[in-house]
Structure formats: C-alpha cells, structure tokens
Design a protein. Structure first.
Length: 266
C-alpha cells in the first residue's frame, strides 16, 4: 500500500479470482494483465478458499491451482486463513472459525505444512473474525503461537478481526493483540466493520461484523499503532470490498496507514 496517491506501492489479489479452472487448464484471461502489473509492483496472493482448517485435509486440485498461480506470479507473500470453508459435501461461501482445541491445531498444522511443502515457501496465516464463543482448550493467541512454532509459518495479523472478536466475545482487545505471536507478523490487514444492534434487546451490546464495507474505526487505528510498535514496519493492506467510497477517501485511509508505518521506521 505504501506509494503515492496515484500509485500504490504493492497490490494483493485473491487467489481464487485468478486461478485456472482446474490443474492443467489454460490460464485465467486476466492473468497476463496481472503479470504485466507484477513487472512493476510487488504482488501478494491472499487465498480465501483452500480451507486450511478443514479436519479432512485440503483439496488437492485447489492446492495445485494455487501452486501454479504462485509459480506464474512469484509473489512476495502468500497467505490464507486459520479457518475452514470446505466439507466433504462441498464448499461454504464463508470463513468459519475453528475451535481452539489440540485436535483442531493438529489438523491446521498438518494442512499448513502440506501447503508450505507444495509452495516451497512459508505461508502466512490470518486470524479470522469470531462472532460466538466456541468450546476450546486455549485462546486464539496461544493457538496461533503454537501453530507458528510447529509449522514455521508466518502471521498475517488482521487488527480489525481482533477488534471484532474481542468485542463480540468480551475480551480485552489490547491484551489480545499483545499476546499474539507478533514476532511472526509479516503483513497486517486493516478494515472497517458494521455495528449490528440486537433487534430484540436494544440495550444489549451490539455485534460487530467484519464486512469490509465501512471506514476503519478509530479503535482499529489504535490497534494498528500498537501492532506496528511491536512488529516494526511491515506491509499494511486496507481492505474495502463493499460500499466503495470515492477513490480519494480510500487514498486518505491508505495515507494514514503509511504514516503509522513511517512512525516506526528506524
């Protein structure tokens, strides 16, 4: 995101947007455009459909297509989520959080190792947003710290997801962030969230929804500063998928993130 108002310093793509239909198929029609862009700007690949958290393993065809895309683009980073979206019955159009259990950790670690072996590079794993408490044996920071230790993967730290999860589960957001494996962070995401009041009880705490459709909230900017103070200058991506504002508004948010990065440069 670092760069100028007219030209970003790097770009991130969703892997599934540009992957071939199946292994060995012809390339995506827009891939040549992306390859030309890659000649001028660093590109990061962000997956949303590989389902690293699935207990039944990962889809071999999906992984092969991701490997092919990474081979073509030689991205600076490749990332996925500590979540699941696939069952034997099919694919679910959402990223669902995992129970923080030893069994879920084993499945995720096995899948992450398989992905890294196929890519021949470390994978970044992103912390998802959570809306309901799940039975577990540890908290998310301990879970992800163990994952990093067992697999050697990196962390894509989504500070908006921490804000959403901590609010919805009643956690201390700053302590949550401080307990994450921050030494493993190689990229940070920021985004906006929706505030959904309880329709049956207006006095109840509202639910925060990670919708990527609102400006970045002030508490999330504060978390970004806290994270960067620990990680040092790492790439920061502003996610905005819906209700897109004018370009100048997005650039202003990007510039604010750049200033946050600059404040921690040596």
């Amino acid at each position: 995101m670092s760069g100028t108002a007219a030209r970003p310093g790097w770009v991130e793509i969703h892997a599934e947007t540009f992957m071939p239909a199946h292994p060995g198929a012809g390339s995506h029609p827009r891939l040549r455009d992306l390859e030309r862009l890659r000649a001028d700007l660093p590109v990061s690949i962000h997956g949303v459909g590989l389902s690293p958290g699935s207990a039944g393993g990962i889809d071999a065809d999906h992984l092969a297509r991701l490997v092919d895309l990474a081979r073509r683009l030689d991205p600076v980073l490749v990332s996925e989520h500590a979540a699941w979206c696939r069952t034997p019955a099919g694919w679910i159009d959402d990223l669902l959080p995992l129970p923080m259990t030893a069994g879920a950790l084993r499945s995720l670690a096995d899948n992450v190792c398989r992905i890294q072996d196929a890519l021949k590079r470390p994978l970044l794993i992103e912390n998802p947003s959570t809306y309901l408490p799940l039975a577990g044996e540890m908290d998310e920071p301990a879970f992800l710290t163990a994952l990093v230790r067992q697999t050697g993967c990196g962390l894509l730290l989504d500070v908006n997801n921490i804000a959403v999860s901590a609010h919805n589960l009643g956690g201390d957001v700053r302590a949550w962030l401080a307990a994450m494996p921050l030494a493993a962070v190689a990229e940070i995401h920021i985004a906006g969230h929706a505030v959904e009041p309880d329709p049956e009880d207006p006095a109840a705490p509202a639910l925060l929804i990670d919708d990527h459709g609102h400006p970045v909230a002030d508490p999330v900017w504060d978390l970004l500063d806290q994270a960067l103070a620990a990680t040092g200058p790492v790439p920061v991506l502003l996610e905005r998928d819906t209700d897109l504002p004018p370009w100048a508004v997005l650039i202003a948010e990007a510039a604010r993130a750049d200033l946050a990065i600059d404040r921690v440069r040596p």
